[in-house]
Design a protein around this ligand. Structure first.
Ligand code: G4P
Length: 530
C-alpha cells in the first residue's frame, strides 16, 4: 500500500447520526455541512423524515424514498479530513434500514432532545451500536429551550442507554436563560447571543475556571453555578480517554443547539480529532484491514430507481480495503461472477459524480440491474464474505397472494427484488409453499402492493397470518430424533427465508418457551445471523 493511499485512509471519517425523530438530526446534519462549507445556506438538506401527520399515507414513504437517494451519503471536507455522513432514517418503520447502515459506519453521533431526554428509537439504535462497540459521541440538542437539568440528563443517558459518559462541554443556563457552553475539552467559553445565533460563535479562552472574566461574561450567579458544576463533573465523571471512546466503553457528551448553530463547531472539531478512521471488518475467513492491498467492500443498502420505466437500482457499497477503481473487474462472491462498473458514483453534499477511484471508508453507488442483495461482498477475486448484516424478526406477517394468474412471473420477480432491497422479508412455508411477507411497519404492505403494480405490472392481495415472532432455527445434529420431532410437530409453522435458512414462525411467546423446553438442542435465534 503506497503512502498516498495510507494518507487517504487516515483522512476519512465515516459516521451516522442517530436519534429519535424530531430530536434534530436533519438540522445538525445541515449545520455540519454548513461548517464544512459543503452547502451555503440552511434548508439545503431536505428533511427525509415521514411527517407525523402523514404516517397513514404510504405515498409519503414513496416521497421519502426519493429524497433519501440524495441524502443517503453526504460527504464533505473539513480541516483536511474527508467526512462521510451516512443517512439513518429515524422513523421506526425504517429501523431495519438504519440497522443495516450502522454496519457501514465507523462511529456515530447520538442526538438527544434536551426536553424529551432519551426516547424509544434512540434506545434501540444505541443498543445496536453498543453491541458492536461502535464509538459514540452524544449531542444534547435544543438548549435554547427549557429542558431537563443537565446532570439529570447525563444520568438518564447512563441509565437508559447503558453508557458511561463524560461531558466535554457543559451548558450555562438553559432556555431563555441560556448563556452559552463551557467547552471542557478546550477550556474555553462560547457565548450565546442573538447575533451569534446563525453564525460561528465567539469564543473566549479561559485558562482558569476561577477567572473573574467569566463573571463579567455570563453574570455572577451563572459563573458561580458553573464553578460548582465543574467541581461535580471533576469528581463524578471519568476523564476523557480516547482509547476508551474508540473501544466503545466511554462516550463524550456535548451540549448545544443545532438550530442556532450553537455548540456545533465544538462538536465537529472534537469529532475530527477523536473519531476513528476506517476500521477493520470481520469476514468469514479473516479480518479485513483497510490497509490491505486488495480491494473489498460490501453492499449495505439498495435503492430502487424512482422512475418505474427504469428498473435499475443503486447498490451502496462501503469500501473496506484497498482501492476501488472504475472499469475494473471485481468478483461478486455470492454469485461467483466477475463484474465491472463503468459509472460508479461518489456522493457529495449537493451532487453525485462518477469517480475513478475510491478508498476505504468511502461509499460508492453502483448501478445494478438486479444482481445485488444487501450483504453481498465484492473482492478482487478472494472468496470472502463479510458478516454482520443480520435481519431481525419482523413485527407484522401476512400471506401474499397473486391476483393476476397471467403475471405470476412478474410477481415473483418483483417480490424477489423488493426483498433484495430490504423492503421486507419473505418466508416460504415448508409444508405448502405459501409465501409470507414480514415487515417492520404495517405501511410497508401498501408500499409493496403499489410498487409491484407500478414497477412490475403485478397484482397482489394479502391475508392475515398470526405470527408472534420469527425465530431462526439452529441445530448441531439434524439427524437427531429431537430435531426430527421438532420439525414434525412444528411443520405448519416452519418456513425458509431468502437464504434458505429454516425459520420457526412462532404464534406466541408461550410456544417459543415450550419449544425451548421440549427441544433444548434446537436453538431459536431472534436474528438471522448467529
Ligand atoms: P429530525 O431530523 O431528528 O427528525 O429533526 P429535525 O432536524 O427535522 O428537527 C425537528 C424540529 O426541531 C424542527 O422543527 C427543527 O427546526 C427543530 N430543532 C432542531 N434543532 C433545534 C434547536 O437547537 N433548537 C430548537 N428550538 N429547535 C430545534 P419543526 O418545527 O418540526 O420543523 P421546521 O419547520 O423548523 O423545519
Amino acid at each position: 500500500m503506497t503512502p498516498k493511499i495510507l494518507k487517504e485512509i487516515q483522512k476519512r471519517k465515516t459516521f451516522g447520526i442517530i436519534s429519535h425523530p424530531d430530536a434534530g438530526k436533519t438540522t445538525l446534519t445541515e449545520k455540519l455541512l454548513l461548517f464544512g462549507g459543503a452547502i451555503q445556506e440552511a434548508g439545503a438538506v431536505k428533511s427525509n423524515k415521514v411527517k407525523k401527520s402523514a404516517t397513514s399515507d404510504f405515498m409519503e414513504i414513496e416521497r421519502q424514498r426519493g429524497i433519501s437517494v440524495s441524502t443517503s451519503v453526504l460527504a464533505f471536507e473539513y480541516k483536511g479530513k474527508k467526512i462521510n455522513i451516512l443517512d439513518t432514517p429515524g422513523h421506526k418503520d425504517f429501523a431495519e434500514d438504519t440497522f443495516r447502515t450502522l454496519t457501514a459506519v465507523d462511529s456515530v453521533i447520538v442526538v438527544i432532545d434536551v426536553a424529551k431526554g432519551v426516547e424509544e428509537q434512540t434506545e434501540k439504535l444505541v443498543e445496536v451500536c453498543r453491541m458492536r462497540n461502535i464509538p459514540m459521541i452524544v449531542f444534547i440538542n435544543k438548549l435554547d429551550r427549557e429542558g431537563k437539568d443537565a446532570f439529570e440528563l447525563l444520568d438518564e443517558v447512563e441509565q437508559k442507554l447503558n453508557l458511561k459518559v463524560t461531558p466535554l462541554s457543559f451548558p450555562i443556563g438553559m432556555g431563555s436563560e441560556f448563556k452559552g457552553v463551557y467547552n471542557i475539552w478546550k477550556n474555553n467559553l462560547l457565548l450565546f447571543t442573538e447575533e451569534n445565533k446563525q453564525k460561528i460563535g465567539k469564543t473566549e479562552q479561559i485558562d482558569d475556571i476561577n477567572d473573574t472574566k467569566i463573571n463579567a461574561l455570563v453574570g455572577e450567579t451563572h459563573a458561580e453555578n458553573l464553578r460548582e458544576e465543574m467541581e461535580i463533573i471533576r469528581e463524578v465523571y471519568p476523564n476523557f480517554n480516547e482509547e476508551e471512546y474508540l473501544n466503545g466503553t466511554l462516550q463524550p457528551v456535548f451540549f448545544g443547539s443545532a438550530l442556532n448553530n450553537f455548540g456545533v463547531q465544538e462538536l465537529l472539531d472534537a469529532f475530527i480529532e477523536i473519531a476513528p478512521k476506517p476500521q477493520s471488518k470481520i469476514a468469514d475467513i479473516r479480518e479485513v484491514k483497510p490497509e490491505d492491498d486488495s480491494f473489498s467492500g460490501f453492499v449495505f443498502k439498495i435503492h430502487a430507481n424512482m422512475d418505474p420505466k427504469h428498473r435499475d437500482r443503486i447498490a451502496f457499497v462501503k469500501i473496506v480495503s484497498g482501492v476501488f477503481k472504475r472499469n475494473t473487474n471485481y468478483l461478486h462472491v455470492r454469485i461467483g461472477k466477475k463484474m465491472k462498473f463503468s459509472s460508479p458514483n461518489a456522493f457529495f453534499a449537493d451532487k453525485k459524480e462518477i469517480v475513478e477511484e475510491s478508498f476505504p471508508g468511502d461509499i460508492v453507488g453502483l448501478h445494478d440491474t438486479g444482481n445485488f442483495r444487501i450483504g453481498d461482498t465484492l473482492t478482487e477475486g478472494e472468496q470472502l464474505n463479510f458478516k454482520g448484516i443480520p435481519s431481525f424478526s419482523p413485527e407484522h406477517f401476512r400471506y401474499i397472494n397473486n391476483e393476476d394468474p397471467m403475471k405470476a412471473k412478474q410477481l415473483a420477480k418483483g417480490i424477489e427484488q423488493l426483498m433484495d432491497e430490504g423492503v421486507a422479508q419473505l418466508f416460504t412455508l415448508e409444508f405448502n409453499g405459501r409465501k409470507v411477507i414480514g415487515t417492520v411497519g404495517a405501511l410497508q404492505y401498501d408500499v409493496i402492493q403499489y410498487r409491484l403494480e407500478h414497477e412490475y405490472g403485478a397484482k397482489c392481495s394479502y391475508e392475515p397470518f398470526s405470527v408472534h415472532k420469527a425465530c431462526w432455527v439452529e441445530c448441531d445434529d439434524i439427524s437427531s430424533d429431537e430435531y426430527k420431532e421438532f420439525v414434525r410437530v412444528k411443520q405448519r409453522y416452519l418456513a425458509r427465508d431468502k437464504y434458505n435458512q429454516l425459520v420457526f414462525l412462532a404464534d406466541s411467546q408461550f410456544s417459543i418457551t415450550m419449544s425451548q423446553e421440549k427441544y433444548p438442542s434446537v436453538k431459536l435465534h431472534f436474528v438471522s445471523e448467529f
